[in-house]
Design a binder for this molecule. Sequence first.
Ligand code: FES
Ligand code: FES
Length: 164
Amino acid sequence: MNNWVEITMKLNGKTVSCRVKPSSLLIDLLRDEFKLKGAKPGCLEGECGACAVIIDGNAINSCMYLAINAEGKEVTTIEGLGSDDNLLDAVQEKMLSHGAVQCGFCSTGVAMSIKAYSEKMKALGIKPTREEIKKTLEGHLCRCTGYIKIIDAAEAVFEEGSEM
Ligand code: FES
Ligand code: FES
């Protein structure tokens, strides 16, 4: 029962292997084993989006995702955005320049969702409407910003689609 299983995944661009219990959650693996604290434990019930990471191109709540299912997947956390030279990703820049970050608790999850969505839309050559952006970010709870600045920031990412 609950035997450890070895998994291998690509985490922030690097291939890593580790042992997990079948019941381990990805958020715990990221935070405890890999010390990547960007995915925040908010509700731990799939309701707030603070723990979102990108798995194979999709923003996923890591508190609802079994670590074992990350086997063979590409996982990106907020620590994997931007460049090795400490340059921010366009999503992070827009969130900062639009005042979309206040206490910051929701911000990493929001950034990962905007990033995944912008990459997908870019690949399809689609520039989403403000309403579509709003709908995409519905799974994120923010107690500070009133959401408008977050939507503004996301919209600005699409305004400069060539940066993504
Ligand atoms: S902590 Fe995962 S959705 Fe809230
Ligand atoms: S910036 Fe504080 S919860 Fe969103």
